[in-house]
Each structure stands twice: as C-alpha cells, then as structure tokens.
Design a protein around this ligand. Structure first.
Ligand code: SAH
Length: 358
C-alpha cells in the first residue's frame, strides 16, 4: 500500500504541499508513514547508522554522557534521553557503559522519544533486560521537569521536516509538491515567501538558487535548550550536515541502501535533508554550545582508536579486520568522519564536554 493516492487527493483538494508537510506525511503518517511501518535502520532497512556499524559508537557516547553527568555535579536523579532511538542499539550499548558506575546507573531514568509504535516495540524488546527504568514518550514536550536531562540524538534531526525556497525574478517562493500529468512534481508557490524565513546572507542569492530552512528542527532545539537551562544537563547531537548559511538542496530519499527520487513511492523511502548545524546553534539560544566538529575528530578525541586497538588485540584475525573497518567507516573523511558532525549544548558551568576542542 502506498501513500501516493492519498497525497494526490490532498493536492487536488487543498493545492500543492510544502516540502515539510510532504516529508511529515511520508515519514509519519500513522498507517503509511515510512517510520510507522517498521524497520528503517539496519541491513533490512534503508540505511545503516553509526550505532549499527559498531558497538564502539554507543560505548563512547555512553562514556560521554557519564562525563557530562559527573561534570554537572553527579545529580542523584537525571533523565537519560534519546531522541529517535531506531532499533535501540545505541541505547543498549550505552547501558553497558552505565553498568560500570552504580551511582550513575542508579541516578539514570531513561526516556526514549519515539513516534513509531513499531520502533518502540523493537526498542522494548532490545532493551528488555535494562537495569535502568525506561519510559517511552512521543515528544520532547512530554519530558518531566523535575531533574536534569542528558540527551543524545543520532540521526534524529535529519528526519525532522525541512522547507525549501527558490529565488525567482521577484523574490523567494516556497517550493511545493503538486501533480503534473498524474505524477508528483516539484514546483514553486506563486505567492512570495516572507523573506524573514531566509537567512540574511542568503537573501541576495542569484535567481534559481534554492535554500533550505527547518523551523521544526529549530523549535526542537530551542525546546531542548530551554529544558537544559532550567533543569540542567546537556545534549549531544550527531548527524550529517553542514554549518550554514549555505545555499543548495539536500532533500533526499534512501531506499534499500541506495539514493532514490523523493517523489517516487512516498512512504516507502526514508526522506531526510542535511542538518544545518549553524541553525541549531542559533536555536540553542543563550547556552554554551560546542562544535560542530567532524564525527571522526569527535570519536578520535573520545578514544575510538585506542578502544579499537584493545578490542583487536583480543580478537581473531577476521574479527580484527571488521573492527578496523568499522573504525575507518566511523572516522575517516572518505566515510562518515567529516560529513557527520557532533554538536553539544550544555548547561552553564558544566565541565567541558569531552571530545570537543575547548
Ligand atoms: N538513532 C537511530 C535511528 C535513526 S532513524 C540510529 O542511529 O540508528 C530516526 C529515528 O527517529 C527513528 O527511530 C524514527 O522513528 C524517529 N523519529 C523520526 N521523527 C520523529 C519525531 N518527530 N519524533 C520522535 N521520533 C521521531
């Protein structure tokens, strides 16, 4: 079953859809949305994420969380939050690290923010033997306010919807998806877009330029930052993207580990766009922000290569080669090392976040 007929009907009734509406429907429609249907991540899904590449990723991020907990005064209760946990692999790897410090483990109350009931189910079974209580919520707004938060988000922000604008002769227009000759097609809304939505340095871009902006991502970041400033704690955001302002379009579809046309097979592909880390930094108003730095540099500073060497020393040759390949994939500029970036948002007066140059 596909979303296409439903989207065509919506367009016929109400006119073309802005990209963010299309993206939300394709990913989050309760019945036909890509994340609602099942298994986006891993060998059977559309893409492989860092925690699925190697357990080292989640272990190092777990150690990062522990350091931030210590650096914020080792509170006796905190919410350990993951946004968009996918199959639960990252959290499972972090939990192994938590076991090394009973005080940390006792203080932690896990909250997984996940909209997809199927993925929630996958996470429940993956994390069934957790020694930390876990609660599931659908939105950051549902977090409790009575303790600090330590938040991890890997490849979450890229899945939050983006909008696009294209520069015409008279100014900027929102890009929309309509129907031409029975097929979905990209076009521009006739009305001019409020220019305040376009970052100032990009406003004078030449005709034909396309820019992306993502109010949903900004709002999620601001909501997190508010919590961190009132409740205490820190957040680590890892994703693929760039530090804007930068013109260009990155809205893309992945299907069975290959790029696809985002207008084909709505609901059957993962739709994402690169994260503009500069926009997230701006949205984290008033709090100390570190990075973005490349995932390769971040993980190397956290000790990934030393950890790989220790694991390799105990491994059979075939396994050792796998560990080496995973380390390369996570850190090398020709793989995930540069395109993927890490950003930390911290409460005032926290210890410096590990992995970031200070
Ligand atoms: N972090 C995981 C999975 C990334 S896929 C990993 O690294 O493997 C994106 C995840 O975010 C999925 O679990 C998806 O269901 C979830 N998600 C997407 N949009 C969301 C939203 N608006 N609110 C909560 N979760 C969302």
């Amino acid at each position: 079953m596909s979303l296409a007929p439903l989207i065509r009907r919506m367009i016929a009734a109400d006119g073309p859809l802005p990209l963010d509406k299309y993206m939300s429907l394709c990913l989050g429609h309760p019945e036909h949305g890509y994340y609602m249907k099942g298994e986006p991540v891993g060998a059977r899904g559309a893409f492989t994420t860092a925690p699925e590449v190697s357990q080292m990723f989640g272990e190092l991020i777990g150690a990062w969380c522990h350091a931030m907990w210590s650096g914020t005064g080792a509170p006796s209760k905190f919410y350990w939050v993951e946004l968009g946990p996918g199959r639960g692999t990252l959290f499972a790897d972090m939990l192994r690290i938590a076991q090394l410090d009973p005080a940390f483990q006792n203080a932690a109350h896990a909250v997984l923010v996940e909209t997809s009931p199927k993925l929630q189910q996958a996470q429940r079974s993956r994390l069934a033997d957790s020694r930390i209580p876990i609660r599931w919520v659908e939105s950051v707004d549902e977090l409790s306010a009575d303790a600090p938060v330590i938040v991890v988000a890997n490849e979450f922000f890229d899945a939050l919807p983006v909008r696009q604008a294209i520069k015409g002769a008279r100014g900027w227009h929102e890009r929309v998806i309509g129907e031409i000759d029975g097929a979905l097609a990209l076009g521009a809304a006739p009305a001019l877009l409020n220019e305040a939505l376009i970052q100032e340095p990009l406003r004078d871009a030449p005709q034909g330029s396309v820019v992306e902006f993502a109010p949903a991502r900004d709002a999620a970041t601001t909501a997190l930052a508010r919590r961190i400033s009132t409740q205490g704690g820190a957040a680590l955001i890892v994703d693929y993207g760039y530090e804007g302002p930068k013109p260009g379009e990155t809205f893309q579809a992945m299907r069975a580990h290959a790029f696809a046309n985002p207008l084909d097979n709505p609901g059957d592909a993962d739709l994402t766009a690169y994260v503009d880390f500069a926009a997230l930094k701006r949205a984290a108003t008033g709090l100390p922000v570190f990075g973005p730095i490349g995932q390769g540099e971040f993980l190397s500073r956290l000790g990934l290569h030393e950890r790989a060497a220790r694991l390799k020393a105990k491994a059979q040759p075939a396994q050792a080669a796998e560990i080496e390949a995973a380390a390369h994939r996570l850190t090398h500029p020709d793989a995930m090392g540069d395109l993927f970036k890490a950003l930390a948002i911290c409460q005032e007066n926290a210890g410096p976040p590990p992995g970031f140059p200070t």
